[in-house]
Ligand binder design. Structure first.
Ligand code: CP3
Length: 343
């Protein structure tokens, strides 16, 4: 028997009868213990940069639910912060950054200062020695397109129109920004790996809004470059690409990005994804967070359909997007018993 952690072996192509599971945003506001600690932090970024606190919230969902993986508690916007762009989080309103509105503003960004993120690496060091031996540890970053979309708009928007427009109007400057994010993200992920994470996930939450040419230039290509760097410099560390809204691009992405696992969002039909991708490719997902919020029979039905669709495949059970803050704990417990067949 191999003592490889279940999540890692799934990413290497093993089909488990009971899939390993974790939930995107599993450390978060639906947990009372998270809300309690969060109230003690001055700001969300302080929370992320205080290793004792960030390590504690990384471990909270593991203690409560014994998921198969912990995900580092941090945020995708620490990269712009480490490039000198001002980043803050307004409670209830999401991120606020000084928006990048001109080509000159791209040139004014500082070099990626990994030192500034040393608390994140210290958090990793603390978590790795506290994790149960069967629980894998996932690091992450945002994909260049998604991170750039917040850097340009300076906040969340319904459709990332400011970044899409910037990319059309100031192509060379946008390419420069994406190139810098490719480099910073690869560097940041390698440092997370060196500090102790065992797999990494790249979140491209806004990929699905791009037309085909733009998707290729700003989502697929930059992720491919990051994965290629990781595969060359940190071989053996599995990479999960969560290209939200990849839709019909998914089969092509699984053939070329070079990742080990692919996250499916809520809207993708798992049966289609299974039929259209090579059987060795590990797929992750894709329960609708609203089914988890609803609970009851609707939840059971959706969970069963997902388990049936991925049966016999390397599969990691997850949501199709982050868990909603209003989600009742009992629904998460019901989900876990259903997946683990503790009937
Ligand atoms: O998954 C985890 O438990 C690990 C931690 C994690 C957070 N953000 C903590 C967080 C991860 C992996 C992220 C990723 C992230 N951050 C993404 C990609 C995934 C996705 O959800 O699409 C994006 C786009 C961001 C940027 C971001 N951070 C936004 C838009 C917001 C505000 C919206 C919101 O959910 O509140 C955040 C804040 C944030 N990041 C919170 C948490 C727990 C909530 C803030 C708080 O607790 O005060």
């Amino acid at each position: 028997m191999s003592n490889e952690k279940r999540l890692i072996s799934a990413l290497r192509g093993a089909a488990h009868q009971i899939p390993p599971m974790w939930l995107m945003r599993q450390a978060g506001r639906y947990l009372p213990e998270y809300r309690e600690l969060r109230a003690k932090a001055k700001s969300f970024l302080d929370f992320c940069y205080t290793p004792a606190m960030a390590a504690e919230v990384t471990l909270q969902p593991i203690r409560r639910f014994h998921f198969d993986a912990a995900i580092l508690f941090s945020d995708i916007l620490v990269i712009p912060d480490a490039m000198g762009q001002r980043v803050s989080f307004e409670s209830g309103e999401g991120p606020r950054l000084d928006p990048i509105e001109t080509s000159e503003a791209v040139d004014r960004l500082g070099a990626f200062d990994a030192e500034k993120l040393s608390p994140v690496f210290e958090t990793i060091d603390r978590v790795k020695s506290a994790l149960p031996p069967d629980v894998a540890f996932i690091g992450f970053c945002g994909a260049p397109w998604t991170v750039a979309s917040y850097m340009i708009a300076g906040k969340g928007t319904p459709d990332q129109a400011p970044a899409r427009l910037f990319a059309f109007k100031r192509r060379a400057a946008f390419q420069k920004l994406v190139d810098r994010l490719v480099e910073a993200s690869a560097d940041y992920l390698m440092r997370q790996i060196d500090a102790g994470v065992e797999a990494v996930q790249i979140f491209d939450s806004w990929a699905g809004i791009l037309p085909a040419n733009e998707f290729e230039a700003w989502s697929a290509k930059p992720i491919e470059r990051i994965v290629a760097t990781l595969k060359e410099k940190r071989p053996g560390v599995p990479v999960i690409a969560f290209v939200r809204g990849a839709d019909a691009h998914l089969p092509g992405l699984t053939r070329r990005l070079g990742a080990d696992g692919y996250g499916l969002d809520t809207a993708l039909d798992p049966k289609w994804a299974v039929a259209e991708t090579a059987p060795s490719v590990c797929l992750q997902g894709n329960l609708d967070p609203l089914a988890l919020l609803a609970g009851g029979e609707a939840l059971d039905r959706e969970v069963d359909a997902i388990l049936a669709a991925f049966a016999g495949r390397p599969h990691i059970f997850n949501l199709g997007h982050g868990i909603l803050p209003q989600t009742p704990i009992e629904h998460v417990e019901r989900l876990i018993s259903r997946v683990r067949a503790e009937k």
